[in-house]
Design a protein around this ligand. Sequence first.
Ligand code: LLP
Length: 465
Amino acid sequence: MSRSAHPAGPRHADVLPEGHYSGPAADLNALDPKVWAQTVTRDADADGVVTVGGIDVKTLAERHGTPAYVLDEADFRERARAWRTAFGQDADVFYAGKAFLSRAVVRWLHEEGLNLDVCSGGELATALSAGMPADRIAFHGNNKSVSEITRAIEAGVGRIVLDSFQEIVRVAHIAQSLGKRQPVQIRITVGVEAHTHEFIATAHEDQKFGIPLAGGQAAEAVRRALQLDGLELIGIHSHIGSQIFDMSGFEVAAHRVVGLLKDIRDEHGVELPEIDLGGGLGIAYTSDDDPREPHEIAKALTEIVTRECDSAKLRTPRISVEPGRAIVGPTAFTLYEVGTIKPLDGLRTYVSVDGGMSDNIRTALYDAEYSVALVSRRSDAEPMLARVVGKHCESGDIVVKDAFLPGDLAPGDLIAVPATGAYCRSMASNYNHVLRPPVVAVKDGESRVIVRRETEEDLLRLDVG
Ligand code: LLP
């Protein structure tokens, strides 16, 4: 799903699909800063062990076991701050909790001045329990339950993003019965085909999210929302999809959202004060991906909205965005221990690790591409074409489909898959009763477990016989 081709390397090149192999061998000891968290370095000494946050991965593996998600706290904070700074005081950045949420993360976001997008009662509970002020929380989802809506309104969330005609009435009714007027946005689909995997594109009309702009449905939703006492309609929301590099989709979305704001002004005499352009900005999973910096994105989005509003003679609304992957994705890697190595003559070498599709479903689900490196030592052995697979009873249990690893790789070596901060722990499962790995935050030479490893007792506690 990332745009990456295969990494370069000389061995078994003939078995790669044509056009996917090029050039001389990449230095397998090099760690491309595009895909690795900021504090990741390889020790210059002969051993060449990789360190992150000032701790080497062998120490991390001894302390916390493998597999483990290792998250660079300084990098997370810096990326969060970069988004906040780029958008400035006249805009809001809502971190999308679905990418990865834990109480530590909520506290970091709070401290860095970001808001939070949640999309379930569980995410809401995590946010509130870690002290995120409710008015900085946006509540999303296409099928929020009555109890979730009630809890969100009682807590005083800053906005609920309405996703259907039924929900407009449902939220209005619940708010009114609680004696409240709930700030809401309406999520619309603007009819853009985002250039990303089908399962994570969300602005075309034929899918479950949002109310289509087409056929006047979004305008009708606005009409109804404006009539209901329990709702305070504060804006329009559009999220066009995920892992997007091309800004043109956002441009079309902004154009159409502002068009709707203009129609609302003309019909109702109301200028809605906010627009939310969602998240979806792509990150580098391999060296071939070229993501944009937050300041470039902020500049582009602000310019588009301002230009569109100027030409529609509207006051420019307050903009908000909801990056998830672009903040947390690059900040973590998954540390695995190599268990078995199986060379298949003329094909490739299967390298089995102690995790798999239960800690990273993205390769199986979206055909996502990842990079991988040997991190417990340096190696100058010949590259071998490898496929990194997990320990699950399923042949689709692939973590990295095609990658070059040193030919002297051996059981017990530690390898790491970078850019697994987003949608890996948050989409982890217990398939085959494999225990979900911990999330270990590292900073200034210290490591701290922020989500502990699951235990067999955890599994058995849920299984009540
Ligand atoms: N806002 C809304 C309304 C969303 O639905 C999403 C993602 C985001 C923001 C954050 O998008 P991001 O900046 O993280 O791309 N599991 C898939 C991604 C699903 C995204 C769902 N919604 C994956 O692993 O690629």
